[in-house]
Design a protein around this ligand. Structure first.
Ligand SMILES: CC(C)(COP(=O)(O)OP(=O)(O)OC[C@H]1O[C@@H](n2cnc3c(N)ncnc32)[C@H](O)[C@@H]1OP(=O)(O)O)[C@@H](O)C(=O)NCCC(=O)NCCS
Length: 200
C-alpha cells in the first residue's frame, strides 16, 4: 500500500461473486436487501431499519462511493449476479490509512444467511486485502453473543491478539481491554471480541 497516492482496488470477482464498491444507482438493490433482511440484521447491526426508502439507500450508496474515492472508508457490496447478497468493507477504525490497518465489517442478506456465504466472503476479503490492497493488519470485531459472526472468523483463522499498545476505539474511547485465554483481544465494556490477522 503506497501511502500516497493510494488508488483503492475497486472490485474482485471470486467464487461466482463480485465484491465491489457501491455506485450511484445501487440504491434500489441496497434498499431491497436491507428491508428484506431487517429481522436477521437488527440484533447486531444498529443501523438496520425496517422502513428504509430507496432514496435514503441511494444517498447512502453515493456517500459510500464518495468516501471510497477519497480513501476515507471502503464499503463494498457483495453481488450474486444482479442481486445484492450482502455488504462488507475495509473500515479505518484503528487509525489513518497510512497505518495499513483496517477492520472488516460484514452483513449477509437474510435469504443468503447460513449457507456459507459469510465464510466465503471473509476468506476472499482476507486474501484480497493482504495481496492486492496491501493491508498489514486486518481485524474482525464481534459481539461475543454473535455465534455466527464468531464462527465465520474462526473458520478463517488463525487470528491473534494485537502486539504492542492497543489503539483506542474511536466510538468507545473509554473501553478497557485485555487479552483472553485464547489470545483474543477482549473489550470488556462492550462484551466484544476483536481478532487480528497480520499479513501471512
Ligand atoms: C454473521 C454473518 C455475517 C455470517 O454469515 P453467514 O453467511 O450467515 O455464515 P455462514 O453460512 O458462512 O456460517 C458460518 C458458521 O456460522 C454458523 N452459523 C450461521 N448462522 C448461525 C446462527 N444463526 N446461529 C449459530 N450459528 C450460525 C454456521 O453453522 C457456520 O458454522 P459451521 O460451519 O460450523 O456449521 C451473517 O449471518 C450476518 O449477516 N449476520 C447479521 C449481521 C452480523 O452479525 N454481522 C457481523 C458483525 S461482526
Amino acid at each position: 500500500m503506497a501511502p500516497s497516492p493510494f488508488f483503492a482496488p475497486a472490485s474482485i470477482s471470486v467464487d461466482g461473486l463480485t465484491i465491489r464498491a457501491y455506485r450511484p444507482g445501487d440504491g434500489p438493490a441496497l434498499q431491497a436487501a436491507l428491508v428484506s433482511s431487517y429481522e436477521h440484521l437488527q440484533p447486531w447491526m444498529l443501523w438496520a431499519t425496517p422502513d428504509d426508502t430507496v432514496e435514503a439507500a441511494e444517498a447512502r450508496c453515493r456517500r459510500c462511493a464518495a468516501n471510497y474515492l477519497l480513501n476515507k472508508d471502503f464499503t463494498l457490496g457483495v453481488w450474486a449476479g444482479d442481486e445484492l447478497a450482502g455488504g462488507t468493507g475495509f473500515h479505518l477504525r484503528d487509525g489513518p490509512l497510512e497505518w495499513r490497518s483496517a477492520e472488516i465489517g460484514m452483513w449477509i442478506r437474510g435469504s443468503y444467511a447460513g449457507r456459507g456465504l459469510g465464510t466465503r466472503v471473509l476468506r476472499a476479503m482476507l486474501a484480497w486485502g493482504f495481496e492486492d490492497w496491501g493491508w498489514a493488519r486486518l481485524a474482525w470485531h464481534c459481539d461475543v453473543r454473535n455465534i455466527a459472526s464468531a464462527r465465520v472468523a474462526q473458520k478463517n483463522g488463525p487470528w491473534h491478539a494485537r502486539a504492542g499498545p492497543t489503539p483506542l476505539n474511536h466510538n468507545h474511547p473509554n473501553t478497557k481491554r485485555h487479552h483472553d485465554e485464547r489470545g483474543l483481544l477482549v473489550a470488556d465494556r462492550r462484551s466484544q471480541v476483536t481478532a487480528y490477522c497480520d499479513v501471512r
